[in-house]
Design a protein around this ligand. Structure first.
Ligand SMILES: Cc1cc2nc3c(=O)[nH]c(=O)nc-3n(C[C@H](O)[C@H](O)[C@H](O)COP(=O)(O)OP(=O)(O)OC[C@H]3O[C@@H](n4cnc5c(N)ncnc54)[C@H](O)[C@@H]3O)c2cc1C
Length: 424
C-alpha cells in the first residue's frame, strides 16, 4: 500500500455539492481533494432543472456566462387537472433579479465546476476513486478517508472530510449521523420523447388525472422532453407485466398531446429509468472532523426540482466558513464550530423545501371525485391570487432572493426567447 496523501479538505463525491464546495474552497486557497468513484461522471436523466435561485448561485460562482449557452430558459409552470388547465404561472411576473428556472444537463454543470476549480492551486479531482471508509486519528476524530483507487488502497489525511456522496452514501452512518428515511407512496418512471411541435414555449407541464400524474420537462437541447411518469410504489412490476403498450395507453390518457409521438414512445423498458422516491432527513449534519452536504444531508423528493439548488446552496454556505476556520490558531475546534454554524444557516431553507414538497405530494394522491375537485379549486385559487401564488411558489424558487428586487428596466438575467430564438 502507498503512503497517505495529505490535503486540507477531502470531499467525497463529485456531484454538484462536492464540486461546488471544492471550487469555493480552492478559491479561498484551501487545498482540496475530491474523490469521485465514477470515471466518466455520466448521469442520464438527473438534476437538469435548476431553479432561479440556482441560476443566481451559478452567477455568483462566475459560471453563468459560459453555461447559459448550454441552458434553456423555462418560461412557465402549467398544471392541468382532469383535462382542465388550472394553473399557468409566467415566471416573468416575479419581481426578482433571477426569475427563470433553466434546464442544463448535469454533466455540463459538473464539467464546468471541475474546470473552474482546476484553474486553482491545490485542487485535485481523483476520478475512479472510491471512499471505502472514514479514517480516525488516535483521539477518535475523523481525520480523512480510506480509499480504493486505480493504484489500490490509500489513506487520504484531511483536516475536514466533507461527505457529498449523494442519497445512497454509507459514510454518513459511519460518522454516526443517522437519517430518517421515508419512502414516498410513488415511484417515477423517466423517459425522453420528441417535443410536440405545438409546444413552442419551454415550460414545466404537470398533468394530473385523479391520483395519477406526469411531469413533462423541456430538455436543454430544445428538441426532446423528459417525461416523469408517476407510478404507485413498486408499481413497475405490475405495469411491466401488462406490457409496454399499457405504458403507452396511460401516457395517452394523462398527456394526450404526446399521442403525436406514436412510434417514438419507449419500445422496451430499457429506454426508461425508474426513480425510487424517498426522502431522508438527518437531524445533525456534522461530527468532529466531518460534515455532510447535499443529498447526503437531506434527500428531497423531485417536486419542484430542489435537489441541485440545495446542493449548490450548501456548498456556497460551507466553503467560506471552513476557509475562515482553517486559518484560526485552534483550527480543529474552529472547523467543528464552522460545520455546526453551516447547518444552522442552511437547515431552515431545507426544512421549508421538505414541508412544501410533502404538501404537494399529498395533493397528488387525492383520488376521489370530491378530493380531485378540491385540488382543482386549490389550484384555481392559486391562479386567481398573486399573493397566494407568491406565498406558495416563492419559497421553492426565490427563497435566496428575498429582499432583492429586480431593476424594472432589466429584462431579467436570462431574457427569455422561445425555442427558435433561444437556439439561434
Ligand atoms: C432521476 C433524477 C432526476 C432528478 N431531477 C432533478 C432536477 O430536475 N432538479 C434538481 O434540482 N434535482 C433533481 N434530482 C436530484 C439531484 O440530482 C440531486 O439532489 C443532486 O444531484 C444532489 O447533488 P449531490 O452532489 O449531493 O449528490 P449526487 O449528485 O448524487 O453526487 C454524489 C456523487 O458521489 C459519488 N459517490 C458516492 N459514493 C462515493 C464514494 N464512496 N466514493 C466516491 N464517490 C462517491 C457518486 O458517484 C456521485 O457522483 C434528480 C434526481 C434523480 C435521481
Amino acid at each position: 500500500m502507498n503512503g497517505p496523501m495529505e490535503t486540507d479538505v477531502c470531499v467525497v463525491g463529485g456531484g454538484p455539492a462536492g464540486l461546488a464546495l471544492a471550487l469555493g474552497l480552492v478559491r479561498h486557497g484551501v487545498r482540496t481533494t475530491v474523490l469521485e468513484r465514477s470515471i466518466t461522471g455520466h448521469r442520464e436523466l438527473r438534476g437538469e432543472s435548476l431553479s432561479p435561485d440556482s441560476v443566481r448561485l451559478l452567477d455568483r460562482f462566475g459560471l453563468l456566462r459560459t453555461l447559459r449557452h448550454d441552458a434553456l430558459t423555462v418560461r412557465r409552470l402549467e398544471v392541468t387537472d382532469g383535462g382542465h388547465r388550472v394553473l399557468s404561472v409566467d415566471f416573468a411576473g416575479f419581481p426578482y433579479p433571477y426569475r427563470f428556472p433553466v434546464e442544463l444537463p448535469q454533466l455540463r454543470l459538473l464539467d464546468e465546476l471541475a474546470a473552474a476549480a482546476a484553474g486553482h492551486d491545490g485542487f485535485r479531482l481523483l476520478r475512479g476513486w472510491s471512499a471505502a471508509g472514514l479514517w480516525h486519528d488516535h483521539a477518535g476524530r475523523t481525520a480523512g478517508v480510506r480509499v480504493v483507487g486505480p493504484e489500490g488502497k490509500r489513506t487520504i489525511r484531511a483536516r475536514l472530510t466533507a461527505v457529498a456522496e449523494g442519497r445512497f452514501g454509507r459514510l454518513r452512518e459511519e460518522a454516526g449521523l443517522r437519517a430518517t428515511v421515508r419512502p414516498l407512496d410513488r415511484d417515477v418512471l423517466w423517459f425522453r420523447l420528441p417535443r410536440p411541435a405545438e409546444w413552442t414555449e419551454p415550460a414545466y407541464r404537470v398533468r394530473i388525472r385523479r391520483d395519477r400524474h406526469a411531469l413533462v420537462l423541456p430538455d436543454a437541447n430544445g428538441s426532446t422532453v423528459r417525461v416523469g411518469f408517476s407510478l404507485p410504489k413498486r408499481g413497475l412490476r405490475a405495469l411491466r407485466a401488462a406490457g409496454i403498450g399499457a405504458l403507452h395507453e396511460r401516457l395517452r390518457e394523462i398527456v394526450p398531446e404526446l399521442a403525436v409521438c406514436v412510434g417514438k414512445l419507449p419500445r422496451d423498458w430499457s429506454e426508461t429509468a425508474l426513480l425510487d422516491i424517498f426522502t431522508a432527513e438527518v437531524p445533525i449534519w456534522h461530527a468532529p472532523g466531518v460534515v455532510l452536504l447535499g443529498d447526503a444531508a437531506h434527500t428531497l423528493s423531485p417536486v419542484l426540482g430542489q435537489g441541485v439548488n440545495h446542493a449548490l446552496g450548501d456548498a456556497a454556505a460551507l466553503a467560506p466558513l471552513v476557509a475562515g476556520a482553517l486559518e484560526e490558531t485552534d483550527a480543529v475546534a474552529a472547523v467543528d464550530r464552522a460545520t455546526a454554524e453551516f447547518q444552522r444557516r442552511r437547515a431552515r431553507a431545507v426544512a421549508d423545501s421538505h414541508r412544501l414538497q410533502w404538501r404537494q405530494e399529498r395533493v397528488f394522491t387525492w383520488a376521489s371525485r370530491p378530493a380531485a375537485a378540491a385540488r382543482r379549486t386549490a389550484y384555481r385559487a392559486l391562479q386567481a391570487s398573486p399573493r397566494l401564488r407568491a406565498r406558495v411558489l416563492e419559497p421553492a424558487y426565490f427563497a435566496a432572493q428575498r429582499g432583492e428586487r429586480a431593476d424594472p428596466a432589466d429584462q431579467g438575467h436570462e431574457a427569455y426567447a422561445p425555442y427558435e430564438e433561444e437556439r439561434a
